[in-house]
Design a protein around this ligand. Sequence first.
Ligand SMILES: *Cc1c(COP(=O)(O)O)cnc(C)c1O
Length: 362
Amino acid sequence: MKYGRTFNFSAGPAMMPEPVLEEIRDEMMNYRGSGMCVMEMSHRSKVFQQIIDEAEQDLRDLMGIPGNYKVLFIQGGATLQFSMIPMNLMKNGKAVYIETGAWSKKAIAEAKKVGEVIVAASSKDENFTYVPDCSDLDIPDDTDYVYICENETIHGVTWNKLPNTKGHVLVSDQSSMFLSKPCNVSDYGMIYAGVQKNVGPAGMVVVIIREDLIRDDLTDLPIYLQYKTHADAGSMYNTPNCWAIYCCGKVFKYLKSIGGLEVMHQRNIEKAKVMYDFLDASKMFTGTVRPEFRSLMNIPFVTESKELDAEVVAATKAAGYDNLKGHKSVGGLRASVYNAMPKEGVEALVEFLKKFEAEHTV
Ligand SMILES: *Cc1c(COP(=O)(O)O)cnc(C)c1O
């Protein structure tokens, strides 16, 4: 790795594409003749308006976002959306949630503060190692939306087939898989993603929401919590996270330059395969998720004991592979291999783990 950088397997904030970081570096002191850094720039300036407009357009191009969807850049991370979604989308006060891991659980807890939550399916019985069958759920007619977390960052579980919502609006938390593969936006009423997993710096969420879901009858709701506020103001009701918008815009352009989401998806499949093939062959390490629901982004695995897990984490860190400790709720290890993790990083880690296994097996 150039610059003495490490292969960073963190679940987030995570690696950025190196060419993007280099471009940002080159523009740091004087952004394209503006005489200032983007950090120092008024969000009302022409220069910044162009940055945000291009970021939105490039994202629309990448994902093929239909014209009747708004793209919003909102602060408060993905977490604020756990509250904003029920506050804005519960018209009848009722929503269906699918519980597949730690992040959908958090969303459920917040939604319960706002209205009735029906957990129509859950994989809690097997510690969130699969996605339940959602082809024929019991969904009341007056349900406002069906909510999923499309990739559970902590449990490493991903949806391969969207739930049958029986005509109801689908809302998806794509934080840890955003832009990792092509996405048919019109299958959803709303998609959102905290950007620090797969796209940019922390502190911002991208919301893609169908226009008819943006309400103007929510005048009692604090103004900042209404999607309408952000939609009407072009994501600049107040000072936005200009820096994150700028960096995300660069990543969108980078993804376009490599050929878009289909190319990214192929690379992600190849990358994850290196890791999963190793886990399947290993006698020391075991993947925790049922094969058909394995995430391409977050790969949790364990050894036979907590002590050995800790030993492996320490050894990987010493060797320059950072942040492999699993989340405390799952234990073991977790390799997050988002878009910007190069295949060489995964190959190097696998070589290291193979060697570790050989040296620790009698
Ligand atoms: C990280 C994460 C969140 C929370 O993101 P913040 O930006 O820290 O609020 C929510 N959902 C998923 C799936 C995540 O991975």
